[in-house]
Design a protein around this ligand. Structure first.
Ligand code: ATP
Ligand code: LTN
Length: 331
C-alpha cells in the first residue's frame, strides 16, 4: 500500500484553510493509504514560541486532528520531536540541498520579510521537512498549494542523495487537491488564510462557534462590481467565498457562480455550509479535550511505531554516507 506522509505545525489554532486544503484529504486518505501524520513542533520553533503554549498547542493540535476524523487506530499520528531521527536526517539533508535552493523558497521569503529576527532554522526549514518525508519511505505528500515548492525540493534532495551515495530514499511526489487548495484570508483575500500571520476577523478557526463564523463571513471583503463571478484576479474576495462554499459542499466553485446574483445570499449560504462542516468537529474536540491523558497515551505508542520506521531509514542513510559504526545507541 502506498505510504502518505504530511505534517502540520502547532504554531497556532487550526483554521478553515488547513481543513479544506489538507486535513480533510488526510482523513479520506487514511482509508486508502498507509498514512502517517505528524505534528511538527520542531518546525514551529523556527520562530520564537512560548514554551507553555507550545506544549499546550501540540496536545491540542493532536486532539484537533482526531476531532476532524484522523483515527489513531487507522493511521499513525505522532509528534515530530518524539522521534530524534528527524533532526539527525535534517543535518544530512542540509548538506545535500544547496544554499541557492533554500534562498529561492517562497515561504522563507514571506516569513523573513518583516521579521526582526530570522533564525538559521527558518532558512534550513525545508531540509527538516524533507527529512520528515524521507524517513518514512513516503510515496505521496498531500499538502496545500503553498507547500508545492518544499516538496519539489524534497524530491530533488532525495534524487541528489541517491545519486551521490546510492539508492537510499524513496522519491516522493506531492498531491495537491484542487478544491480548497488555497483558502484566502477573508479580510485580505490576496493573502492565504494562515495560522501565524492571520488577521483574527479574516480567519475562521475550526473551533469558532456559529455566530463567530456567520459574523466573519458576513464581513468578508468583496468588491464593488456587484456580480458573482469566479475570477481570482479581479474578484478575489468573491472567488474565495465560492471556493469555500464549493469545498464545503463538494461542488466546483466555478459551477456555483451561476446560482448567485447577490453577495448577501452567497455569504449566507457559505456561512451555513461552514457551520455545518465545523459543528461535529467542535463536538468531538470537546470530548477529547476532557481527557488529555488518553491522547498522551496514544502519542507515546505512536512515537514507538514511528521510531521503528524512522530508525531503519536513518541506519541506511548513515551507512550510505560512510559514518563509522560504533555509536552508543547500537549503531
Ligand atoms: P503558518 O501560518 O504557521 O505557516 P499555516 O496556516 O500555513 O501555518 P501549516 O501548519 O503550515 O499551516 O500547514 C498545514 C497544512 O495546511 C499544509 O498542508 C498547508 O499546505 C495547508 N494550508 C495552510 N494554509 C492553507 C490555506 N490558506 N489554504 C489551503 N491549505 C492551507
Ligand atoms: N512545512 C509544512 C509543514 C510540514 C510538512 C512536513 C508538510 C512539515 N513537515 C512534511 C508535509 C510533509 C507547512 O508549513 N505547512
Amino acid at each position: 500500500m502506498p505510504r502518505v506522509f504530511s505534517g502540520i505545525q502547532p504554531s497556532g489554532d487550526v483554521h478553515l484553510g488547513n481543513l479544506l486544503g489538507a486535513l480533510r484529504h488526510w482523513v479520506a486518505g487514511q482509508w486508502e493509504w498507509d498514512a502517517v501524520h505528524c505534528v511538527v513542533d520542531l518546525h514551529a520553533v523556527t520562530v520564537p514560541q512560548d514554551p507553555a503554549e507550545l506544549r499546550a498547542s501540540t496536545l491540542r493540535l493532536t486532539q484537533l486532528l482526531m476531532a476532524v476524523g484522523l483515527d489513531p487506530e487507522v493511521c499513525l499520528i505522532f509528534v515530530q520531536s518524539h522521534v530524534r531521527e528527524h533532526t539527525e536526517l535534517a543535518w544530512l539533508l542540509q548538506c545535500t540541498v544547496s544554499f541557492g535552493d533554500l534562498r529561492r523558497m517562497n515561504q522563507f521569503k514571506e516569513k523573513s520579510a518583516d521579521a526582526d529576527f530570522v533564525s538559521a532554522g527558518l532558512f534550513t526549514y525545508p531540509a527538516l521537512q524533507a527529512a520528515d518525508v524521507l524517513l518514512y519511505d513516503t510515496d505521496i505528500v498531500p499538502v496545500g498549494d503553498d507547500q508545492r515548492q518544499h516538496i519539489e525540493l524534497t524530491r530533488d534532495a532525495a534524487i541528489r542523495f541517491n545519486s551521490r551515495y546510492g539508492d537510499t530514499f524513496v522519491v516522493p511526489r506531492h498531491r495537491i487537491a484542487e478544491a480548497g487548495a488555497r483558502v484566502m484570508d477573508l479580510q485580505n483575500p490576496t493573502s492565504k488564510m494562515s495560522k501565524s500571520a492571520g488577521e483574527a476577523p479574516g480567519t475562521i478557526w475550526l473551533l469558532d462557534d456559529p455566530p463567530a463564523i456567520e459574523r466573519k463571513i458576513r464581513r468578508a471583503v468583496t468588491d464593488s462590481l456587484g456580480q458573482v463571478r469566479y475570477d481570482t484576479v479581479n474578484q478575489p474576495g468573491v472567488s474565495n467565498l465560492l471556493d469555500i462554499l464549493g469545498a464545503a459542499t463538494g461542488r466546483p466553485a466555478a459551477d456555483l457562480e451561476e446560482e448567485y446574483d447577490s453577495y448577501g445570499t452567497l455569504k449566507g449560504d457559505c456561512a451555513d455550509a461552514v457551520v455545518a462542516l465545523l459543528e461535529p468537529i467542535r463536538r468531538r474536540f470537546a470530548e477529547l479535550e476532557a481527557d488529555p491523558g488518553h491522547t498522551q497515551g496514544l502519542l507515546r505508542q505512536s512515537a514507538e511505531r514511528a521510531t521503528e520506521i524512522a530508525s531503519r531509514t536513518m541506519g541506511r542513510a548513515r551507512e550510505a554516507v560512510g559514518f563509522l559504526p560504533g555509536g552508543n545507541w547500537g549503531w
